[in-house]
Design a protein around this ligand. Structure first.
Ligand code: ATP
Ligand code: MG
Ligand code: FE
Length: 337
C-alpha cells in the first residue's frame, strides 16, 4: 500500500511516499525558515507563497526518489489542520487535485496525530501507549488505548514548550526557531540560575511555561539594567534544566499511573537532546519496563512522512474524505472537531 502524503501546515512544504505506513520511500522537505527569520517568526503570506512555489516541485521529487508513478499509489493523504489557513490550503488543494485526476481515495490527517505516528518509523506501536507531544504549538500528554484513539490527559495551561524556547531565544538574540540553538548552548553551560519548576508538586498532569519564561526574561532585563552581562550558556542550561525536569517528571508520573509499555516522544521539541537524555535516564532510574520511542531528528519536525504514517491507520479503517475537504486551521486534537 503506497500513500502520497502532503504536509504544508506551517513553514515546511513536504511530500512523502510511504509504504505500508512504516517504510519511507521518499520524504522531501523544503523548509522556508530562512525567509521568515528576518521577521522573527512565520509570516503567513510569505509561507503561502513558498508553499505554492514548492508543492509541485516537491511532489515530483517525492515520486522520483521513491521510483513510483501516480498509477502505483493506493491513496493520497494531507494535513488539513491545525495550522495556518493559507498554508494548509495549498496542500489540501494539491492533494484533492491528484485524488481527483487519478481516482485515488483522499485521507485527511490531523497534524498532531501525524507527529505521534512518526514513531511508527522506529518500531511497531503497541497499545495502550503514552505519548508526550511537544511542539511549537502543543505540549500534551496523550493516552492511546488503541490505534487511532487519543485521550489528552495533560496539557499546557499557557505556552507550548517550543513556543517558550522561541520566546526566550529572542531575548538572547538567537534566530527563530531557537530550540535547536538553545539546546546546543545548554550543553555548554550549567544550571546556575535555578529557574522555577512549574506545578511539579501539584497532583495533575498539566504544564505551565509562562512563569519560567517570565523569570528568564526578568533575569536578563535586570542584568541589562545594571550593566551586567550574563553567561548565555548558563542561561540556556538553566532554562532547559527546568523544561526537561518538568516534562520528564510529569511524563513518568503519567506512565506509572497508566501502566503502559511504550512511551512515544513526538513533535519538534522531541529533537531536544536534553529531553531525550532526561527521559532515558528517568526510565532507567525508575526500573520500569517502559520502551522509549523517539523518532530520528529529521522526523521530529514537520514532514510528510509522518502524515503518511498516520494516514495508513485511516486507510485500514477506510476513513476517506470526498473532494469537499477544506482546511481547518483550528482543528481540534483529538479529532472530535
Ligand atoms: P505544531 O506541531 O504544534 O502545530 P509546529 O508544527 O510549528 O507546531 P514543530 O514543527 O513540530 O512545531 O516544532 C517546531 C518547534 O520545535 C519550534 O518551536 C522549535 O524551536 C522547536 N525545536 C526544534 N528543535 C528543538 C530542540 N532541539 N530543542 C528544543 N526545541 C526545539
Ligand atoms: Mg516548522
Ligand atoms: Fe508540527
Amino acid at each position: 500500500e503506497l500513500i502520497l502524503a502532503f504536509e504544508s501546515s506551517c513553514d515546511e512544504t513536504s511530500v512523502a511516499v510511504i509504504e505500508d505506513g512504516h517504510v519511507i520511500l521518499s520524504n522531501i522537505i523544503a523548509t522556508q525558515i530562512k525567509s521568515h527569520q528576518r521577521f522573527g517568526g512565520v509570516v503567513p503570506e510569505v509561507a503561502s507563497r513558498h508553499h505554492v512555489e514548492q508543492i509541485t516541485v516537491c511532489t515530483q521529487a517525492a515520486l522520483e526518489e521513491a521510483e513510483v508513478t501516480y498509477a502505483d499509489l493506493t491513496a493520497v493523504a494531507v494535513t488539513y489542520g491545525p495550522g495556518l489557513v493559507g498554508a494548509l490550503l495549498i496542500g489540501v488543494t494539491a492533494a484533492k487535485a491528484i485524488a481527483y485526476a487519478h481516482h485515488l481515495p483522499l485521507i485527511p490527517v490531523n497534524h498532531m496525530a501525524g507527529h505521534i505516528y512518526a514513531a511508527r518509523f522506529v518500531k511497531p506501536l503497541e497499545y495502550p501507549l503514552l505519548a508526550l507531544l511537544v511542539s511549537g504549538g502543543h505540549t500534551e500528554l496523550v493516552y492511546m488505548p488503541a490505534a487511532g484513539e487519543f485521550e489528552i490527559i495533560g496539557d499546557t495551561r499557557d505556552d507550548a514548550a517550543g513556543e517558550a524556547y522561541d520566546k526566550i531565544g529572542r531575548v538572547l538574540g538567537v534566530q527563530y526557531p531557537a530550540g535547536k540553538e538553545i539546546d546546543r548552548l545548554a550543553h555548554l553551560g550549567q544550571d546556575t540560575f535555578k529557574f522555577p519548576r512549574a506545578m511539579l508538586k501539584e497532583d495533575n498532569l498539566d504544564f505551565s511555561f509562562s512563569g519560567l519564561k517570565s523569570a528568564f526574561i526578568n533575569t536578563v532585563h535586570h542584568a541589562d539594567q545594571i550593566g551586567e552581562t550574563l553567561n548565555h550558556e548558563d542561561l540556556a542550561a538553566s532554562f532547559q534544566a527546568s523544561v526537561v525536569e518538568v516534562l520528564t517528571t510529569k511524563t513518568m508520573y503519567a506512565a506509572r499511573q497508566l501502566n503502559v509499555r511504550q512511551l512515544v516522544v513526538a513533535g519538534g521539541v522531541a529533537a531536544n537532546q536534553g529531553l531525550r537524555e532526561g527521559l532515558a535516564t528517568a526510565i532507567k532510574a525508575s526500573g520500569m519496563d517502559l520502551d522509549l520511542i523517539m523518532p530520528p531528528l529529521r522526523l521530529c519536525g514537520d514532514n510528510g512522512a509522518m502524515i503518511g504514517a498516520a494516514a495508513h491507520i485511516e486507510l485500514q479503517k477506510q476513513q476517506f474524505s470526498d473532494l469537499s475537504l477544506n482546511a481547518v486551521p483550528g482543528l481540534d486534537f483529538p479529532y472530535g472537531a
